[in-house]
Design a protein around this ligand. Structure first.
Ligand code: NAD
Ligand code: MG
Length: 391
């Protein structure tokens, strides 16, 4: 029996790596549903290769163009829908057994929750779900008794080293430090989106690439680790490791440190999760430690990377601080990518939004969405101040 797969965010970097792994094992998987946003040609190519039953494009005009393109290509048996509710419908489809949650940002929360609430096994790449709604999300996971497996390479590494979680002293999330780790801080004001997205070790979507360059990505991952592994901030450390060979470590009370290593290729954590508790081929080459680069480690410099400190503080503050942090960061990163905010002001927009808003912990989904919306509106005002003078 093959397992039916839905990929939320199929046209993205994680989506493509997932399809690459799945296509190596046609005896085990069948693609039932794929979702995208507005990239019609990319989705058309995926349809021709994987023949899903349902495709959802978040943007209605993209869905209409895709219908025409599929009809012209002789693929009109593939149903095309659009809009938010249809994204959730893709995740809930009866023929879907397992859902890869790989939409970027808050837009992934509702469809990923739909997967959880319909009892699907969930592979979580979309870390923003846990940052904005960690308590509620994990409560739903427990309530529906679904299997949730981490795709983020660090969390997948911790999961592989975590055993039953007994006697853990701390976890060490490794971070590459991004493209600007060694740049003079004064030069950061003038960096361009393309420079920020040129990650030294990973090819990823633009939002997570910018997050890696500010190290907000590691901050989001600290919060993600808190929810996934039920550890306080005091037991989560970040270590810069520019080569991205060690994907993270777990230290035990007896002094043992377990690490997971591999070439930096997301197909490894994806294949690990898809096969768990077995193992499967991923297409990733062997790690050659003798011929590879020397492995280096250093402490993160919080003056260079203020976003990392903001995320740690938001986790410690509790309440809805992480929801605010995530929303303000999404707005600031988009403004930077649009050329209206300098790279070096991303942290300031997030910090100012966090100082202005201290909402109580949201206890239901509508409250989370309301805080997210309020934080976005507040961030827009701060964007106006910090972005003035830009082209
Ligand atoms: P990406 O930008 O390459 O792809 C994002 C996907 O989400 C695309 O399919 C896009 O169509 C879809 N999408 C974007 N906005 C949407 C919206 N409003 N509604 C519906 N769909 C929308 O991003 P990515 O690099 O693949 O990252 C996806 C997620 O995985 C992110 O949360 C990221 O943090 C996480 N992640 C990525 C990597 C990586 O190596 N790329 C590693 C770890 C975690
Ligand atoms: Mg990661």
């Amino acid at each position: 029996m093959t397992r039916g797969i839905c990929i939320l965010g199929a046209t993205g970097s994680i989506g493509k790596s997932t399809l690459d792994v799945v296509a190596r094992h046609p005896d085990q998987f069948r693609i039932v549903a794929l979702t995208g946003n507005h990239r019609v040609a990319a989705m058309q190519a995926l349809c021709a290769q994987h023949h899903p039953e349902l495709v959802v494009m978040a943007a209605p005009e993209a869905a209409q163009q895709l219908r025409v393109a599929l009809r012209d290509a002789g693929l009109k048996h593939i149903r095309v829908e659009s809009g938010r509710e249809a994204l959730a419908e893709a995740a809930r489809m009866p023929g879907v057994d397992e859902v890869m949650a790989a939409i970027v940002g808050a837009a992934g929360l509702l469809p990923t929750l739909a997967a959880v609430e319909s009892g699907k096994k969930v592979y979580l790449a979309n870390k923003e779900c846990l940052v904005m709604a960690g308590s509620l999300f994990m409560e739903r996971v427990r309530h529906h008794q679904v299997i949730l497996l981490p795709i983020d390479s660090e969390h997948n590494a911790v999961f592989q080293c975590f055993a039953e979680g007994k006697g853990v002293r701390r976890i060490l999330l490794t971070a590459s430090g991004g493209p600007f780790r060694t740049w003079p801080v004064e030069r950061l004001a003038a960096v361009t989106p393309d420079q920020a997205c040129a990650h030294p070790n990973w090819v990823m979507g633009r939002k997570i690439s910018v997050d890696s360059a500010t190290m907000m990505n590691k901050g989001l991952e600290v919060i993600e680790a808190h929810w996934l592994f039920n550890l306080p901030a005091s037991q989560i450390d970040v270590l810069i490791h520019p080569q991205s060979i060690i994907h993270s470590m777990v230290e035990y009370v007896d002094g043992s440190v377990l690490a997971q290593l591999g070439n930096p290729d997301m197909r490894t954590p994806i294949a690990h999760a898809l096969a768990y508790p077995e193992r499967m081929e991923s297409g990733v080459s062997s790690l050659d430690l003798a011929r590879g680069p020397d492995l280096q480690f250093e402490e993160p410099d919080l003056r260079r990377f203020p976003c990392l400190a903001l995320a740690f503080n938001a986790l410690k503050a509790g309440g809805a601080a992480a929801t605010v942090l995530n929303a303000a960061n999404e707005m600031a990163v988009q403004a930077f990518l649009d050329g209206t905010l300098p790279f070096s002001r991303i942290a300031a927009v997030v910090e100012d939004t966090l100082s202005e808003l201290q909402p109580a912990a949201p206890d239901h989904l509508d409250a989370v969405l309301a805080v997210d919306q309020l934080a976005r509106e507040t961030a827009v005002r701060h964007l106006g101040r910090h972005g003035s003078g830009m082209q």
